[in-house]
Design a protein around this ligand. Structure first.
Ligand code: BDP
Length: 657
């Protein structure tokens, strides 16, 4: 094996090796996606049963694929009986997703006659964003190098095909292959220098029903076109993007569109010319509209050179402040991509007030499964429970259908351009995700984006059952470890929503004041009396960006959800929490507990030694050792820091340095 097959390992589940016949009604077996689906089915039954696909009748099982236009786009219905399974779908993606659904059931040892499922995607767009650079490095990558790029060049191989299989197996239908920070050679991805190679990759994706997208450089008219400016209202610039887009869509038929990070962290954008984000997005949108393309415009726009002395400037406000006023002005083929929180992928943040704050604009929720701030795929941190919280959040943007899930599925506004995107956690490591257990986030994001109703536990159970070949009790144990892991990570890192306190730039391990006196807008404002950022109406006013009753709840420390208390308020160490603990005691207790629970996770993993493949076991065990060391560091630095600031002793008399 050259690389892990993750959840598509198809380990043997039964001795019943009777062959299968595949019958296709109204779908052509020659269709590229249907063809991939059948090839996958063949792989699956070979692994699960040692069976094959046959043209013969006789004593065989039958997989019958039927075109049924009453089924929703990309949806499927699967129904089994003793003699085989019938799969109904209205389009090719429905066929491949249906086949993967059958394989999931078979892998979970469900009997043919018990297979019965009807599904339709919750979200029209289900995307992965690679932060892969063309030199092969990956921004915030913790799993090796890029499997698309190397030495400013692009390559396509068997691994890319496996990657597309993995993505299709969980319902991903769009992939942005390059980093949002588009520099150097990546600017040339939309030129002849790379069209052929991009096309090759696009063809592989197309075999699995996936559209390819590219991040573009807003300054491309200057860098590629030799223009003086990239002002979105300049006629030369408009003409340049129109001609360029015509070329791109001609060279790459079926291409999805552009993802744009503008005016953010040093990237060029419309602000340079006194233009708005809407001006920038709409100009590009018009250039790709004739070809059915879309513009995914990121809302991660903030001042990254602000003054920490200024208590009124608040990075959390920026997205809303920059984008809200133009609600209704973004063109129909623009979709704004909004990070789940207002800051940046911390272990705990409130939900971005832009989600639902916009009521006339297409919205794509952005989450990060690359564990930038959540343990670098060293520490175990199953993120699906966090994503569920985001999706379930009631924004109060309308009387009904007001959750984030409603907004990004298109239910709230009845729009078609809606969905979810994740910054992906893959690389060319043997196991794809650095930590073998981090694949649960890769699998989980896709499953959740396809069906936001699935619970974190259902997803974890599926992933465990498909990935490992072990007894029920061990499956339960591993599932339980995954489900607890986010809370554990939160406990030993930053308390009650304050975030940051990480080693600057690297973002792994503690450094309580690491970002405190810097320009990034990421502060905890701890002093000898208390900690937290006042974002109420007496502070930065961020809480007022929400609808009622959220705004009032966040505004009042008595009503604010406690897990977000320090995000919204500056709180004295002696403040009594609902549990009766003081804030300082909570900081001590949670850090001691979190570290102890990290040790328990490591012990639980060790108890699975005999039921897990020895190489997987060793790889993961090594990570848990590092996690425990990391948890100790966090515990000791955070506790010591706040002990020294507050001069209040731990009630339980534990050792604080
Ligand atoms: C931050 C990362 C940075 C990314 C940026 C982004 O630290 O590397 O470029 O987000 O989302 O989390 O653009």
């Amino acid at each position: 094996q050259k690389w892990s097959q993750m959840w598509l390992g198809y380990h043997r589940v039964s001795k019943d090796n009777k062959n299968w016949k595949v019958i296709c009604n109204d779908f052509s077996k020659e269709d590229r996606v249907v063809n991939s689906a059948i090839a996958e089915f063949a792989k699956g039954i070979k692994g699960y049963f040692g069976a094959g696909i046959t043209e013969d009748d006789g004593d065989v099982y039958v997989l019958e694929i039927i075109k049924d236009t009453s089924i929703a786009n990309e949806g499927y219905s699967i129904k089994g009986e003793k003699s085989g399974v019938t799969l109904r779908a209205s389009d090719e993606n429905g066929v491949i997703y249906g086949v993967f659904a059958i394989l999931r059931k078979l892998g979970a040892r469900i009997r043919l006659e018990d297979i019965c499922e009807k599904a339709a995607p919750s979200n029209p767009l289900r995307m992965m964003n690679h932060w892969d650079n063309m030199d092969g490095s990956i921004e915030r990558g913790y799993s090796g190098e890029s499997f698309f790029f190397e030495n400013d060049d692009m390559y396509v191989d068997e691994r890319t095909v496996d990657y597309a299989r993995f993505m299709a197996s969980v319902g991903i239908n769009g992939i942005v292959i390059n980093n949002v920070n588009v520099k150097g050679a990546a600017t040339y991805l939309i030129t002849d220098r790379f069209f052929d190679k991009v096309k090759e990759l696009q063809d592989i994706f197309a075999d699995y029903g996936i559209k390819l997208y590219l991040s573009i450089n807003f300054a491309a008219p200057i860098e590629l076109g030799g223009l003086e400016v990239c002002d979105p209202l300049d006629e030369g610039v408009i003409a340049w993007w129109q001609a360029k887009s015509k070329e791109v869509f001609e060279k790459l038929p079926g291409f999805g569109g552009y993802l744009v990070k503008a005016d953010s962290e040093g990237r060029p954008g419309p602000f340079t010319y006194g233009r708005t984000q809407a001006d920038g997005a709409n100009m590009l949108a018009d250039a790709v509209a004739p070809y059915g393309g879309i513009i995914i415009w990121r809302c991660f726009v903030y001042n990254c050179t602000q003054d920490w002395r200024d208590y009124k400037t608040d990075r959390a406000r920026a997205g809303y402040d920059y984008f809200k006023d133009f609600d209704g002005e973004y063109h129909d083929n623009v979709i704004l991509q909004i990070k789940n929180g207002p800051m940046d992928f911390q272990i705990r943040e409130p939900i971005s007030p832009l989600l639902g704050g916009l009521t006339k604009t297409n919205q794509l929720l952005e989450v990060q499964i690359a564990q930038e701030y959540t343990g670098h795929q060293i520490d175990l941190c199953y993120l699906i429970p966090m994503f569920k919280e985001v999706l379930d959040f009631r924004t109060y943007c309308s009387e009904e259908n007001d959750t984030v899930a409603d907004i990004v599925s298109g239910r709230t506004m009845g729009n078609k351009l809606a969905g979810m995107a994740a910054v992906i956690n893959t690389g060319n490591d043997f196991n794809w995700t650095g930590n073998d257990l981090a694949a649960a986030n890769l699998y989980g994001f896709g499953r959740l984006a396809y069906n936001t109703e699935l619970s974190s536990e259902e997803i974890a159970r599926e992933w465990v059952a498909l990935t490992f070949d072990m007894d029920k009790a061990s499956e339960d144990k591993l599932t339980d470890m995954l489900l607890k892991s986010r809370e554990i990570y939160e406990k030993y890192t930053s308390p009650l929503g304050i975030g940051w306190m990480v080693t600057p730039h690297v973002h792994y391990g503690p450094s309580v004041d690491g970002y405190e006196y810097s320009r990034w807008g990421t502060y905890h404002r701890a002093d000898h009396k208390g900690i937290g950022v006042d974002r109420s109406d007496k502070g930065t006013g961020y809480a007022q960006q929400y609808y009622e009753p959220n705004a009032s709840a966040y505004n009042d420390p008595e009503k604010c959800p406690e897990e977000l208390l320090l995000f919204f308020h500056h709180i004295p160490y002696t403040w009594k929490l609902k549990s009766g603990q003081t804030l300082i005691q909570y900081i001590y207790d949670s850090h001691f507990e979190g570290e102890a629970e990290a040790e328990q996770l490591a012990a639980d993993w060790n108890s699975l030694k005999d039921v897990v493949d020895s190489e997987v076991f060793a790889r993961v065990a090594e990570r848990f050792e590092l996690q425990v060391a990391n948890a100790k560091e966090w515990r000791d630095q955070v506790n010591s820091y706040f002990f020294r600031k507050s001069d209040i002793a731990d009630e339980k008399g534990r050792k604080i340095y």
